[in-house]
Structures are given as structure tokens and as C-alpha cells.
Ligand binder design. Structure first.
Ligand code: MG
Length: 379
């Protein structure tokens, strides 16, 4: 299996478990070769709640917050540990309590082959409706585990060229013009900025940003605009200000208005709140120009890959986004980013208590490593 020391270093064995109190000592002689039959010991799931502390108060069209509840997961198989995470911003309806209730139902003991991804993820999905983030936390840990067993990162297993990763945008929340300007200065390394609009000071926000930078901007309205003609007028103005696309300008329920806006807009219109998982794609054909895929919405990496390939077949633009998350879930999403036209993978950069190191942003570009699985190590 090549260099065993490197394998141990990258497999998570050396980093150990985040969920067990003591460092693991089961490696060495107790560790069976991964080249043996794939029918090994049963898969074991562990999880614990954690709270992410945000560096800044984060304000979007309809709420503000300073922390985000997450659930950290691990799946262990033959001494190898895969890491996963559920990020649960309150407006999406999941919480430590709902994720705990869901994950307690998960019994992986009947699965002894982690490569049966389709069976295992289908089993997880069938346990209950909703719970997309909790489901994603199992899916991500499973993908990390499988990648570590194969000693390959997922972008390689998917056949993606890591030179094609996009630049990631960096999100500027709503604030006063002075604070917005200082946030732009902090975002120096980023080549594209994402601006949250949808209140009554949209032009003021853009004008403040344009007074300090000429970088391309993307705009996320989070369903904040109520009138389609006003939205179209604003989009024309934003196009003149160097904005490259608009995300979820109006309510996800305003399907006719959205289709009209997409037909008439000079800029691509991306669906975020309007599209959760792969089954939603057919119903938004011609209503939006593209989709923002997030692991926490669609239930994980397996569905995200299906969504990205299906959106491309439908001729839609693809964006990969995230919630506020540790580098665990962000790195998992980044594995898919060579397929994306745009990426918004800054969630780990907005928190002060990240437990992982993983995907890097170098000169604004998402930069994947050769680390196997989702490409993370415990800090
Ligand atoms: Mg959005």
C-alpha cells in the first residue's frame, strides 16, 4: 500500500478521534491491513454537538447571529476514521436536538462494507424526511473514510482536475458603509466578493464597496426583493456596477416572477433557497440560470455530485456554496469545486474555532491537496 507511515499520517489514525476522550492507540499491530477483504468489521458512527463562534455578527436579509450550531461526526472502520459535520444555521430548522435525535436512529452495524455508498446513503435518507444537514454529516464521514481506505482524495476519485478549481468569493454581510469598507479591506486576497443585499440600503452597500474596490461582485438577495420590476431594474443597475450574477433575488415560491426575471435579466440568476436536493432540479428548469449546491441542503457529497452533473446536463450554471462550517465540511464541498462555475466556500474563514485544517484559499483560488478522503487533518 505504498508508504505506510504516510498512510497512517493521512488516514486519521495519527490524528486520532475528535470524539473519543483519549488519543487512539489501536494502530500498529491491532490495525488490520486495508487490503484485506472489504467485508470487515461493522461501521461505527459517533457524534457530538459543537458551536462555531463567528468572527463577525453575520447579517442577511432576514436575520443576524454570532454562532452556528454544528454536529461533528466520525465513522470508524477497521481502525480508520472518517470525519463529517452537520452545520445547522437556525433558519433551516435543524438543531443540536434534531440532529441528535436523527443520528441516534442511525445504526450502521449491518453495514460491513463502506464502499456500498449507494446502499448506505439510501438507508440514511430513508430513516426520516428532512434532516439534510444531519444526513450530510454521515455522508461526509463515509466519503472521508472511503477516500482514506483508497488513499485518494475525492476530486481524484471523481475524475476531476484540481487545476480547475474556481476562485472562491468572500461574503460581505450587511452593515454600515464604514464597516462594509473595512470588511472589503480584510478580504484582500479574494478575487471576487459576495455581497448580501435585500434590505432598503442595497445601492448604498454597493456604492460603499465600489468606493474601495473594482473586484467583480456577486450578489445574494436571500429572497429579499418583493417586486419583479423593481428587481429587474436593480439587476440592470448592478450589472453596470460589475456584478456577475444574482442569487435568489425573490421568494422561492414566486416561480412565475423568477422565470420572468431569469428570461429578462442581463445576469445569470442562481437558485439557492429554491433548490434543496437533486429532486428539485426538474421543477426549476427555465426558472433559474443555475443552482447553488450546498452539502447541508442536499444531504452530502453523493447527492451534490449528482446535482452538479445533472445541472450541467440541463445546461445550468453550477455554484458550490456552504454554511458557516469548519474546514471539515468546507473541504468536502471543495472536492467537487472543479465542476463549478463559481464557488462560495468561505464558511470556515468566518469562524474563530475551527478544529480542522483542510482546503486552502491561495491568492483567492480554492487549492486542493493530495490528502485522501475530504482532505482534512485535525488541528
Ligand atoms: Mg444564498
Amino acid at each position: 500500500m505504498g508508504n505506510r507511515r504516510d498512510f497512517l499520517k493521512y488516514s486519521g489514525l495519527a490524528g486520532g478521534s475528535i470524539l473519543l476522550p483519549a488519543a487512539r492507540s489501536a494502530m500498529g499491530s491491532a490495525h488490520p491491513s486495508v487490503e484485506k477483504s472489504s467485508k470487515g468489521s461493522p461501521l461505527k458512527l459517533r457524534f457530538r454537538p459543537y458551536d462555531l463562534q463567528l468572527k463577525h455578527v453575520f447579517t442577511i436579509a432576514n436575520n443576524s447571529r454570532t454562532s452556528t450550531p454544528v454536529m461533528l461526526t466520525e465513522i470508524e472502520y477497521d481502525g480508520i476514521i472518517g470525519y463529517g459535520e452537520a452545520s445547522m444555521p437556525p433558519y433551516l430548522g435543524e438543531s443540536h436536538q434534531t440532529a441528535t435525535e436523527f443520528l441516534k436512529k442511525v445504526d450502521l452495524s449491518s453495514f460491513s462494507d463502506p464502499f456500498e455508498l449507494e446502499d448506505i446513503t439510501q438507508y440514511i435518507d430513508d430513516l426520516a424526511s428532512g434532516n439534510h444537514a444531519a444526513k450530510a454529516s454521515v455522508d461526509i464521514a463515509l466519503h472521508d473514510l472511503v477516500g482514506k481506505i483508497l488513499q485518494k482524495p475525492w476530486h481524484k476519485l471523481w475524475g476531476l482536475n484540481r487545476a480547475r478549481t474556481p476562485n472562491t468569493s468572500f461574503t460581505i454581510g450587511m452593515d454600515t458603509p464604514e464597516v462594509v469598507k473595512s470588511k472589503v479591506a480584510e478580504a484582500d486576497i479574494f478575487k471576487i466578493l459576495k455581497v448580501k443585499l435585500g434590505r432598503d440600503n442595497d445601492k448604498e452597500m454597493i456604492t460603499a464597496i465600489r468606493s474601495v474596490t473594482n473586484k467583480p461582485l456577486c450578489v445574494d438577495v436571500n429572497q429579499g426583493w418583493k417586486d419583479r420590476q423593481m428587481a429587474l431594474d436593480m439587476i440592470h443597475w448592478l450589472a453596470s456596477q460589475g456584478v456577475v450574477f444574482i442569487e435568489q433575488p425573490m421568494s422561492k415560491l414566486a416561480i412565475e416572477d423568477m422565470a420572468w426575471l431569469t428570461e429578462n435579466s442581463p445576469l445569470p440568476i442562481m437558485a439557492d433557497e429554491a433548490v434543496q436536493t437533486v429532486g428539485d432540479l426538474l421543477s426549476i428548469n427555465k426558472v433559474y440560470s443555475g443552482i447553488n449546491i450546498k452539502l447541508m441542503k442536499c444531504g452530502g457529497m453523493r447527492n451534490a455530485f449528482k446535482m452538479a452533473t445533472m445541472a450541467k446536463i440541463m445546461g445550468m450554471k453550477v455554484m458550490i456554496g456552504c454554511m458557516t462550517e469548519t474546514s471539515c465540511a468546507v473541504s468536502a464541498a471543495a472536492q467537487l469545486s472543479p465542476l463549478a462555475d463559481w464557488a462560495d466556500l468561505d464558511g470556515n474563514l468566518l469562524i474563530s474555532n475551527d478544529l480542522f485544517s483542510g482546503v486552502q484559499v491561495i491568492n483567492g483560488k480554492i487549492t486542493l491537496s493530495d490528502l485522501p478522503g475530504i482532505g482534512v487533518q485535525l488541528k
